[in-house]
Design a binder for this molecule. Structure first.
Ligand code: PLP
Length: 398
């Protein structure tokens, strides 16, 4: 019998991946499962990107790549950050990784010592707190609710900061809520960070292009704190490239060099073929991105209208990403037809999977136990049917 490390024993399984797995298992037994649990566009990678990957193979881009990424890709990222976001970076400030997930994990490992505090507004993307655990940091949560559109105020941020605070991390547009911070709201947070020069800020901008209200705003635009912002982005959501595993960070030269060193001892450079495809994605313009966004916007309206029809579900209209995070706490304490009590958000998600054959994710794994997360990266027909089933299942609870 092997003894596993405390590090791994203390780590939670990813709830989104777990629900997806459970859904797949039920589907394998013949159930007609509609999966709204995954954070993945349901589109195929655009053709010009696939062509670039095929060409890369033919041109023998099959060897180890430079640890921080091919210079051409890092240059394309620098240009993208300039043109789309108005941000100036040098190529030496960019490190390409195996998905934004690795960029996040690398960044945390580079700045966190055991016992350091990391402020995370809830709800947050499931992996944030687990990555902090792996780095032996302490997560400090700022709780929000649907009433404040799941966003924090500068005062709440200020109140959470202690001498031990070393890092703040958030996503905007946010997974799981779809909330988007405006420029003014980010400026308010930046003013707090100005007063606390020991704090790094991880700004996860992976959903930047799925923003229905306004143009994307990055907290890195504020020069007074830019050097401490670790900007995370990638290709998974904007270009439907989840399986390619391609993400990056942009940060100070010091942080970028630290990431390069860390990655050099762990994974080395990202898949050579995926990187060549990434160059084509950034050089190919935003046409396919805008098309996907249009479909997401239509589905957002569809799901919003359907959720509003369900009595006792509290829902807000998310400004970005492709998730709803409705408050379903009114159903807690009720029983299913077998007499089992639905005590929390995970119970409700499991109930919906078993009763309605719709896979969602309980909000507790995102740090908010009142809500569940629904991804609307599914076809209009699937969404209509899923919401019909969810409504019926919730109405059965007594
Ligand atoms: N950050 C957020 C907020 C996400 O939702 C995800 C994926 O679900 C990631 C990062 C990771 O993306 P990638 O596929 O680039 O690793």
């Amino acid at each position: 019998i092997s003894e596993l490390s405390e590090r791994i024993n203390n780590l939670s399984e990813s709830a989104t991946l777990k629900m997806t797995k459970l859904g797949r298992e039920l589907a394998a037994q013949g159930a007609n499962i509609i999966s709204l649990s995954v954070g993945e566009p349901d589109f195929n990678t655009p053709d010009h990107i696939k062509q670039a990957a095929k060409k890369a193979l033919d041109e023998n881009y099959t060897r180890y790549s430079p640890v921080p990424g091919y210079p051409e890709l890092r240059k394309a990222i620098v240009q993208k950050l300039k043109q789309e976001n108005g941000l100036d970076y040098d190529i030496s400030q960019i490190v390409v990784s195996t998905g934004a997930k690795q960029s996040l994990s690398n960044a945390i490992l580079c700045v966190i010592n055991p016992g350091d505090e990391v402020i995370i507004p809830t709800p947050y993307w499931v992996s944030y707190s687990e990555m902090v655990k792996l780095a032996e940091g302490e997560s400090v949560f700022i709780n929000t609710s649907i009433e404040s559109d799941f966003k924090i105020t500068p005062q709440e941020l200020e109140n959470a900061i202690t001498e031990k605070t070393r890092l703040f991390m958030f996503s905007s547009p946010c997974n799981p809520t779809g909330s988007v911070y405006s420029k003014e709201e980010l400026a308010g947070l930046a003013r707090v960070f100005e007063k606390h020069p020991q704090i790094y800020i991880i700004s996860d901008e992976i959903y930047e292009h799925i923003n229905f209200k306004s143009k994307h705003e990055s907290i890195a635009q504020f020069d007074s704190i830019k050097d401490r912002v670790i900007l995370i982005n990638g290709f998974s959501k904007s270009y439907a490239m989840t399986g390619w595993r391609l993400g990056y960070l942009a940060a100070s030269k010091e942080i970028a060099a630290a990431n390069d060193k860390l990655q050099g001892q762990t994974t080395s450079g990202t898949c050579s073929i995926a990187q060549r495809a990434g160059i084509a994605a950034y050089e190919g313009g935003l046409e396919s991105v805008l098309e996907m966004k249009k479909a997401f916007e239509r589905r957002r309206t569809l799901v919003y209208n359907a959720l509003k029809e369900i009595a006792e579900v509290k829902v807000n209209l998310p400004e970005g990403a492709f998730y709803f995070f409705p408050d379903v706490s009114a159903f807690f304490g009720r029983k299913d037809s077998n007499g089992n009590v639905i005590a929390n958000s995970s119970d409700l998600a499991l109930y919906l999977l078993n009763e309605a054959h719709v896979a969602t994710v309980g909000g507790d794994s995102f740090g908010n136990n009142d809500c569940i997360r629904l991804s609307y990266a599914a076809s209009d027909d699937q969404l209509t049917e899923a919401l019909r089933r969810i409504k019926a299942a919730l109405e059965k609870l007594v």
